[in-house]
Design a protein around this ligand. Structure first.
Ligand SMILES: Cc1cc2nc3c(=O)[nH]c(=O)nc-3n(C[C@H](O)[C@H](O)[C@H](O)COP(=O)(O)OP(=O)(O)OC[C@H]3O[C@@H](n4cnc5c(N)ncnc54)[C@H](O)[C@@H]3O)c2cc1C
Length: 399
């Protein structure tokens, strides 16, 4: 098979474009195929964790993201009954990261920052309206069948990265199972310009409220607050998408305040799934194509960006002959195990904690907050720094 000497990437989401930026920076030519006619504007991830900001900094993308976003060094847990259960400040791990805070900014800002940075660079190509439908490979390279405005084209490359989201056509074409489950409840996100600081004392820009009937999560992004709520299995999608339903959930946030100005309402199905493998020969899966989880803790896109950096650093090493191709196996070993051991478990635990009456959760948070070492360990986990250290450890241990 003749192959164009480049890496093919399916999907120009935050994860695919991070992979492209890290490869182009390392002198590896890239073509990105994006099914949509433009970069997505969908309102989804809005939290960038400290080590993700450290990685994006190396790509020149952290400073513009911080400038467009909102810096949140603190977060808190509450219940309506107990008030604040605990508050944490990433300042306690300032020695472990150059960015001891979360940045709250929509993922569509990052994709635009990365695209602006990559546009016009030699070795970078992005084709819109180009959906990768099939993937083939042999010992020398990969073939992608691309559907482009009613026509079908074939493109070749040395490797292919599937960053084409949860419904990944690359994953389907490779025949890789997406193991896990779908929660019966869905999540409703309601955005409002209402200023909650005026009415909730001691509010942090990230605030989780545990409640066995209807937990919630308030998160500030520039110009808006987002409220996230569960929609139970017996509440239909039609009901959940009515303005009255969104207003009824928002009315539970601060007793006595209702009739909010609502900017957006979005309903999401929530899953916990991990691909059976993240590498099949010359083809790889990263981001939502490889794993999906509930958004409590903000780990989906962040974990995907960590996949992208891990994989593309290894591809660059193999490309330039610095490491043998067999080292690419470490990508699957490190990232898949960390996703299972850490991201899946942590996000499921987060959901369980918020669904509780808060009594045991309060006791456990108080014990963590009272002990500086436990606070540090906790912040290392929440910030995902611990997951990256664990990935390194897995890479250094023979299977
Ligand atoms: C309500 C909500 C809140 C969230 N909050 C957070 C958060 O705060 N922090 C966090 O880390 N994560 C969060 N997430 C998860 C986060 O949104 C995803 O993990 C993230 O979008 C994954 O990025 P991606 O690039 O892998 O996939 P996507 O963002 O889905 O991008 C995939 C791209 O591939 C394109 N595509 C699809 N099929 C093809 C094809 N066949 N060929 C070519 N292109 C294709 C799509 O058009 C799209 O542009 C949240 C999710 C939800 C639903």
């Amino acid at each position: 098979m003749m192959n164009d000497e480049r890496v093919l990437i399916a999907g120009a989401g935050p994860v695919g474009l991070t992979a492209a930026a890290n490869l182009v920076r390392a002198g590896v030519p890239v073509t990105v195929f994006e099914a949509g006619g433009d970069l997505s504007t969908e309102s989804r991830a809005s939290t960038f964790h400290p080590p993700t900001l450290d990685m994006l900094d190396a790509l020149g993308a952290a400073a513009p993201l911080i400038a467009q976003g909102l810096t949140a060094p603190k977060f808190q847990y509450r219940t309506m009954r107990h008030g604040i259960l605990a508050q944490f400040d990433f300042g306690a791990i300032a020695d472990a990261t150059a960015h001891p805070y979360r940045v709250q900014c929509e993922q569509s800002r990052l994709t635009r920052i990365l695209y602006e940075h990559l546009r016009g660079q030699p070795g970078f190509e992005l084709a819109f309206n180009s959906a990768v439908e099939q993937v083939g490979q042999d010992a020398d390279g990969v073939t992608a069948t691309i559907k482009c405005g009613g026509q079908t084209e074939t493109r070749t490359g040395r490797y292919l990265i599937g960053a084409d989201g949860a419904r990944s056509d690359v994953r389907r074409s490779l025949g890789i199972d997406f193991e896990g489950f779908t929660w019966p409840d869905r999540f409703l996100v309601v955005s409002t310009p209402f200023d909650f600081y005026k009415v909730i004392e001691g509010l942090d820009p990230v605030s989780y409220v545990a409640d066995p009937q209807r937990w919630r999560f308030l998160l500030q992004i520039p110009g808006l607050w987002r409220g996230m709520f569960p929609v139970t299995a017996d509440e239909s999608d039609e009901l959940a998408l009515t303005p009255a339903f969104a207003q009824s959930l928002m009315a539970t946030v601060v007793p006595g305040i209702s009739n909010y100005e609502i900017a957006h309402t979005t309903l999401y199905r929530v899953h916990q799934r991990v691909a059976k493998t993240m590498r099949l020969g010359r083809a790889f899966l990263i981001g939502d194509a490889a794993h999906i989880n509930n958004p409590l803790g903000g780990m989906g896109m962040n974990g995907g960006i960590h996949d992208a950096i891990n994989l593309t650093a290894r591809i660059a090493d193999a490309w330039h002959g610095r490491e043998p191709e067999s080292e690419l196996d470490l990508f699957d070993r490190e990232r898949r195990l960390v996703t299972l051991e850490y991201i899946q478990q942590y996000t499921i635990q987060n959901k369980r904690n918020l669904e509780s009456d808060g009594v045991a959760f309060k006791a456990s948070l108080e014990a963590i907050a009272a002990d500086p070492q436990r606070t540090r360990d906790y912040l290392m986990r929440v910030s995902m720094i611990a997951s990256l250290a664990r990935a390194k450890e897995l890479g250094a241990t023979p299977p």
